[in-house]
Design a protein around this ligand. Sequence first.
Ligand code: CP
Length: 309
Amino acid sequence: MENRSLVTIAEHSKEKILYLLEMAKQFEKNPNRKILDGKIVATLFFEPSTRTRLSFETAVNRLGGRIIGFSDASTTSSSKGETLKDTIMMVSNYADLIVMRHYLEGAARYASEVAPIPIINAGDGANQHPSQTMLDLYSILKTQGTLENLNIFLVGDLKYGRTVHSLLMAMRHFNPTFHFIAPEELKMPEEYKLYCEENHIKYVEHTDFNESTIADADILYMTRVQRERFTDLMEYERIKNVYILRNKMLENTRPNLRILHPLPRVNEIAYDVDNNEKAYYFQQARNGLFARQAIICDVLGITLEEIKC
Ligand code: CP
């Protein structure tokens, strides 16, 4: 049987990405459709989440499905030593689809290989976050009118940031120029730079973050320095506030510039940016509902034609 899981966005063709974005557009027109009637979706969150879990659960609720799951693994039998495989096999007895966030890189791939039902990767460690990427792409398309030939600036924690890793891979179809802005300690890992080279993705690396660095940006994608990924908390304390975007820095930026952030933010975007018309991160999170409705339908084999009916 075909494995319809979504583990990494790298497995999706350009056509498939555009197809899912069209589906998301249809759901934005009408997110309330009873097309998951009788379906049960399990949300298994082994790491904290606000947006991803709640937007997946809202997506299911608005489509008429039902939710089971947990947001705190310490309340489950994994705290008694049950393996991930056994947990996945048990939940597969009860649900039609599993949405899983896990702290280990590769956990979603492993789950997709042992589960008899589809798995959606809702973030695996510092590796990938493909559903975030679909909402990021949808947000870029809505604000820029295209995904092609854009200058995309990724700022902050590019080492542990799974959202930037996924976005980079998805954008290979659209001829972007990436600018990686990170301190030495949080630079884009070599494996992703190699991916860029193999896929003819242009990139420039910077350590400075100021008005002149971002003057040509179409998308400024800010990220949080992720305390939970550091083994040395002294190092985290030293670099946690390395880049802070302030409203004043946006004065001479392009009119079409939009600021994205997967959220949560800590200090990296000053609150005075929130009222700038170029700030788009709250709308971006809203787009997650529609993008995730599209992903859920796709992994369950529900087509664009069916949702248009
Ligand atoms: N962007 C994102 O993954 O947010 P949460 O951690 O709140 O789900």
